[in-house]
Ligand binder design. Sequence first.
Ligand code: BGC
Length: 489
Amino acid sequence: MFGKFSRRQFARLAGLSALGMATSARSADSDARPVSDRRPAAGFPKDFIWGTATSSYQIEGAVDEDGRGRSIWDTFSHTPGKIADGSNADRANDHYHRYRQDVGLIKQLGVKAYRFSIAWPRVFPEGTGAPNPKGLDFYDRLLDELLNNGIEPYATLYHWDLPQALQDRVGGWQSSDTSKAFADYAGYVAQRLTDRVKNIFTINEAGRFLNFGYGWGIDAPGLKLPVAELNQARHHVVLGHGLAVQAIRAHGRAGTKVGFAENIAACVPAIDTPENVRATEMATRELNAGILSVILEGQYTEGFLEYSGAAAPKFTADELKIIASPNDFVGLNIYAPQFYIAASDKKPGWTVLPFPVSFPHMKSEWLRIGPEVIYWAPRIAANIWNLDTIYISENGTSSEDKPAADGQVYDLDRVMFLRNYLTQLQRATAEGVPVRGYFLWSLMDNFEWIFGFEQRFGLYHVDFDTQARLPKLSASFYRDVVARNAIGA
Ligand code: BGC
């Protein structure tokens, strides 16, 4: 029946050689190299930082404990109809009480870095004014636990949980009062924690929370502002970042490193030609004009100002200087290719190609699969902004994550996703793109914003009734990559 094929070919077709089950076929075919003879991959740079990430509102729970104030996400998630499964993060992963166990989970992965966020309303329940005396106690305990376990903390100051009081009093980021309040909070945290936290991300994904929360009304605080007001709010956020950088430098220990984490509008050349790469560089600057370009160049691009017209933000030269306060690193959150770019003869010299509906995605529909994005986005960013330290501050995927009959979670799609993205990241570091570390989103399943607990992103499965944590197949996969500091053979 199989007469047409050699045994080796058959084993290949059946996928058996990949499983190491085709030994007899190999011995019948002398040119086949044993797996162990394959050249090892060059791997990641020697001091590459492997990590994982979470955020306060998504995991902590304990929303009424130790004097925490309310955040805009408490209000939003308790508003009927806003969260797909009707849930909220009042309890979430109960990490506030289970952090010791969770640090143990990080340790088991073998990673040496953990990116978490501090909840502003725990520290300043009213957003400004007197700090809550117990506001940093939890983070003190968490930091000690991390350091005792040899894990380097990377703290994010703002992962979207704005104190509700600031939203009520001044309209949140619609006012530059919030930028100033953010800097005061940043300075206070820096003063108190930089004896142990050496790396601080100011703001996570400004692009996301502004568009979704202030533009389209999908995220907290649920506003649908006209473009001019949205642009002004965005300006207040980048100003808040700049002021926070200055406050951290003024109040933190010398040597504290500061940057931000942004979901760069990630552009990929549709076909890798020199013209398309050049076009992709131009597109990246323009499509990130309101955040990355202004922070890293100290000016809004001409294209952005022209395009925005009367809706452009109002700003002063002094503000631009503050916004461009030098960063020590740039964090890029990279999940999906957002724009495939081709060169064009027409102005502005580049064009965005439309996505066919058949373009593949992961469980989350927005999460299109394009591993090459994690090669191109940092390469292009490093080139146009002359960066020397980039972290992939988030990357990961959702999956169905249903335990199988034996109770284990075989998240093969996540393993596939990570394998392909990390292969492309390794390609980037091998070519000298200055990516110094990678934080996998997320350590464990958690409250996925408007999707509630329906979309899982963790390496550990969480049963939200019992709070049991269980490593998925991807946790073993990641542990192996980290241990070998390499992907592929
Ligand atoms: C956010 C995370 C979120 C993840 C997956 C990022 O946009 O920073 O908070 O859970 O993506 O959607």
